[in-house]
Design a binder for this molecule. Structure first.
Ligand code: HEM
Length: 484
């Protein structure tokens, strides 16, 4: 009902609107603005209406009550230049092709069966990581996030392509991670051209040029993989059929009704999964370990649980995870304070609607500040403190989970476009975090004091640490435990 007012918000400048208010860390700036204007805000970015949800109840209005109206994503230069012009899954308009791509992933990658089929792959890759860490003892400190990224990328590579993407110490691994991070940074920029169409062609921030260059590098990488797979077929290294072989076999009849899957759609899907599924998980684990180094008592408590459940003769397996209650609470608390995509991914209003008595115009971009919601002092006691106990019996939120049903902590988003890879992401983050705290003690280089570890954030579409975590791991299991 257009007679209702727009939600409150800061006064826009002519033409560019509130773009100058976004700052270098938009999730911080938007959280600060919500303190003045409330949990449902309206901004104008250029000529685009933007509404921002900054509380659990407002997020539930959008992502539950009105989810159907917000089930597509707004047009943006990232999707155009880097996601094969919307031919992917992440940016596909809500409709039959989105449903098909999403179904293929949920059946072949993320179903309980698919996840169980590949648990050995993940466990092997994590074991390889522990041996790399072991080999670093007595040498220079290691960049933990980088090694974690090699691990998540290889684990995903084996499931998707039937082979690892990197070997140990492969210089290409650094390059790949930096490409993924660059993509997230570029996708996280509020690009003027997206909001002031008349200025798009000028590319004043130089974002489109960078996007096109980066896309060309990814496309070369993906073309090589696709051609190699068509020639060699599925790799015989893995017992299970990899996703790419499945996709190629589905090309001419992808939905059982003669629908097709083009080479471009296959490449776009692989790209989505590698970009959405590697750095998100590895940087979450880097945050978790950073928090535990920063809070040595919690680390000791987690190690005690692991020693009781797993012992000191072998590495952690996925079968141990359900019995690791404190570990699970640590992972939830990490997702609460350090959600990998602090503003989630944007949605767009298909029609006019009304929320909490305010008018939300058709075509509005919806941003959900999942970072601010999870630090809302009305919902969380001492919200800035890392306190996993809040998720345990006797704590303030014993039954709250991070899977999109409890809106005060929604690191994976919610509703029909909730993260497609949530089940895999959660398992990988739990397994990695458990294995690292069980397998090692952690020293900081150059006499840095643990309690003073820098916990600042950098900004992209994903939440990186401002300074990468550099560490000296010290093994704490019997030596044979790390061997294959
Ligand atoms: C730490 C792990 C992860 C986090 C925190 C995360 C977070 C998110 C978020 C917030 C969204 C947007 C949801 C929305 O619009 O409501 C999303 C979408 C998506 N994620 Fe994840 N993600 C993670 C891991 C993964 C993994 C491992 C994969 C795949 C291998 C993946 C694939 C996707 C895809 C394909 C989408 C788009 C879904 C759609 O548009 O229908 N993510 N993720």
């Amino acid at each position: 009902n257009p007679t209702k007012p727009l939600p409150p918000g800061p006064k826009p400048w002519p033409v560019i609107g509130n773009l100058p208010h976004m700052g270098t860390k938009p999730h911080h700036s938007l959280a600060a603005m919500a303190k003045t204007y409330g949990p449902l805000m309206h901004l104008r970015l250029g000529f685009v209406h933007v509404v921002v949800a900054a509380s659990a109840s407002v997020a539930a209005q959008f992502l539950k009550t009105h989810d159907a109206n917000f089930s597509s994503r707004p047009p943006n230069s990232g999707a155009k230049h880097m996601a094969y012009n919307y031919q992917d899954l992440v940016f596909a308009p809500y409709g039959p092709r989105w449903r098909l791509l999403r179904k293929i992933c949920s059946v072949h990658l993320f179903s309980a069966k698919a996840l169980d089929d590949f648990h050995l792959v993940r466990e092997e890759e994590v074991a390889i990581l522990t041996r790399t860490l072991l080999a670093s003892v007595g040498k220079d400190s290691v960049n933990l996030g980088q090694l974690l990224n090699v691990c998540t990328t290889n684990a995903l590579g084996r499931v998707m392509l039937g082979r690892r993407v990197f070997s140990d110490g492969d210089p290409k691994a650094d390059e790949f991670k930096s490409m993924v991070v660059e993509m997230m940074v570029l996708a996280g920029v509020f690009n003027l051209g997206d909001f002031v169409p008349a200025l798009d062609w000028l590319d004043l921030q130089g974002v489109a040029v960078k996007m096109k260059k980066l896309h060309a590098r990814f496309d070369t990488f993906l073309n090589a993989i696709l051609e190699e797979h068509k020639i060699n077929g599925s790799s015989r290294n893995e017992e299970r059929v990899d996703l790419l072989s499945t996709l190629i076999s589905l090309k001419d009849n992808a939905d059982g009704e003669g629908g097709t899957l083009s080479d471009t759609e296959i490449k776009a899907l692989l790209l989505n999964l590698f970009v959405a599924g590697t750095d998100t998980s590895s940087s979450t684990v880097e945050w978790a370990i950073s928090e535990l180094i920063h809070n040595p008592k919690l680390l000791a408590q987690a190690q005690e649980e692991l020693d009781t459940v797993v012992g000191s003769n072998r590495l952690v397996t996925e079968a141990d995870l359900p019995r690791l209650t404190f570990l699970q609470a640590i992972v939830k608390e990490t997702f609460r304070l350090h959600p990998s995509t602090p503003l989630s991914l944007p949605r767009i209003a298909a029609e006019n609607c009304e929320i909490n008595g305010y008018f939300i115009p058709k075509g509005s971009t919806l941003l959900v500040n999942v970072w601010a919601i999870a630090r809302d002092p009305d919902m969380w006691a001492d919200p800035l403190e890392f306190r996993p106990g809040r998720f345990l019996p006797g704590g303030e939120k014993p039954n709250v989970d991070v899977r999109g049903n409890d809106f005060e902590v929604i690191p994976f988003g919610a509703g029909r476009r909730i993260c497609a890879g949530m089940s895999l992401g959660l398992r990988m983050v739990q397994l990695l975090t458990a294995s690292l705290i069980h397998g090692f003690d952690w020293d900081l280089p150059n006499g840095q004091v643990a309690e003073k570890l820098n916990m600042e954030e950098a900004y992209g579409l994903t939440l990186q640490r401002a300074s990468p975590l550099m560490v000296h791991p010290r093994p704490r299991l019997k030596p044979h435990s790390y061997r294959p």
